[in-house]
Design a protein around this ligand. Structure first.
Ligand code: SF4
Length: 357
């Protein structure tokens, strides 16, 4: 992209940059790498308007990496609750622990990408925004802009064809944007442009600083780019167990489940739509059939996880026995009154609402 167009982009950004809690008033200021890391991780798959409050509360409770590294996973999940994709929160905590044991936030892409949850995008954002390195970023906003600017009829995730690697082509354009002492501003301006002007539907080309360089706008073909993602949705039907002991504790399990493999969740398994009444055989993995007082169908809910379109039956299993006192590594009995705080995913919250309300 020529220097004149890049200047138009920077001028547009200086005039239009929204005030955000993670963005300093001085757009040329070096940023706190911790704040960049947290905000950019929260922003993955989540709207800016949602992230604002989460970010402010998070930074108030965990103002630096050292404070965060001392927190429990349970508390971190509490501050993440509602943002979804809980593996992001777990990875943030893991990474904070690694960083405090080492020598602080890494300064190279290789070291950053070696940390849990930090991919090419977040590493580029930390290096460019916090340290003003000439490092590129590529997220959905930039993909949309590049696809339109250069009329690219493929996505970075598409398979390589005729010796061309789509991901490399997109990253090549991203690196071109970042090949400047103002890489930090080009990166952030493109993110903002994608969010506010070069939107998914009806881009506002007349207000765009890149319009003279944009092939899709010139050819009146913006609706054609980027091409639609080809993904196959998978239907999944299952049963979620809400097992309550005689002393009002709910069973949480860790591992061995279809979803949420790395966090405590409610036991669940794939089951046919016409599941029979009574205690299913799979539940005997968690409770002794003799200890069961009653089994009640507590309703159903729909849910989506990655490509899975789920329909879940909720079974409420009441035990006549108390929860074991001894803590187990892969299971935990959570007080009923604390269950909605403990179970972080909306999948569990939906099942609890059906069973306990
Ligand atoms: S001119 Fe239109 S399509 Fe092209 S980058 Fe700008 S907003 Fe997007």
């Amino acid at each position: 992209m020529d220097k004149g167009t890049l200047k138009l982009l920077r001028d547009w950004f200086k005039k239009n940059a929204a005030a955000l809690p993670w963005r300093p008033i001085d757009l040329d200021a070096l940023r706190d790498p911790y704040a960049v890391w947290i905000s950019e991780t929260m922003l993955q798959q989540t709207q800016v308007s949602t992230v604002r409050d989460y970010f402010v509360k998070w930074m108030k409770r965990f103002p630096d990496i050292a404070t965060l590294a001392k927190a429990s996973e349970e508390e971190v999940f509490k501050y993440w609750q509602g943002l979804g994709y809980y593996s992001r929160a777990r990875n943030i905590l893991k990474t904070a622990k690694i960083i405090v044991k080492g020598v602080g936030m890494p300064r190279t892409r290789k070291e950053l990408e070696a940390l849990p949850g930090i991919g090419a995008y977040t590493a580029g954002a930390i290096l460019s925004l916090a340290y003003h390195e000439r490092e590129a970023i590529l997220d959905g906003n930039l993909v949309r802009i590049f696809s339109r600017l250069y009329a690219l009829d493929f996505l970075p995730t598409d398979k390589s064809t005729a010796g061309k690697n789509p991901s490399e082509i997109y990253w090549g354009y991203a690196r071109e944007m970042a090949d400047s002492p103002k890489a930090y501003m080009h990166n952030e301006a493109l993110m903002e442009l994608g969010r506010t002007v070069c939107k998914v539907k009806n881009p506002e080309c007349s207000a765009c600083p890149l319009r003279n360089a944009c092939r899709a706008a010139r050819e009146n073909r913006t609706a054609e780019f980027p091409p639609a993602k080809k993904h196959v949705q998978k239907d999944w039907h299952g049963t979620v167990l809400v097992i309550e002991s005689a002393d009002h504790r709910i069973l949480a399990v860790h591992g061995g489940q279809k979803f949420f493999k790395n966090q405590f969740t409610l036991p669940h398994f794939e089951s046919p739509r016409s599941a029979t009444a009574g205690l299913p055989a799979q539940a005997e993995k968690y409770v002794d059939a003799d200890a069961v007082q009653s089994v009640k169908s507590a309703g159903k809910f729909r849910h989506g996880i990655t490509v899975h379109k789920m329909e879940c039956d909720v079974l409420y299993v009441k035990l006549r026995t108390k929860a074991p006192k001894r803590e187990q590594t892969y299971s935990r009995w959570v007080e009923r009154s604390r269950a909605t705080d403990f179970f972080a995913s909306s999948f569990c919250l939906k099942a609890l609402e059906q069973a306990l309300s």
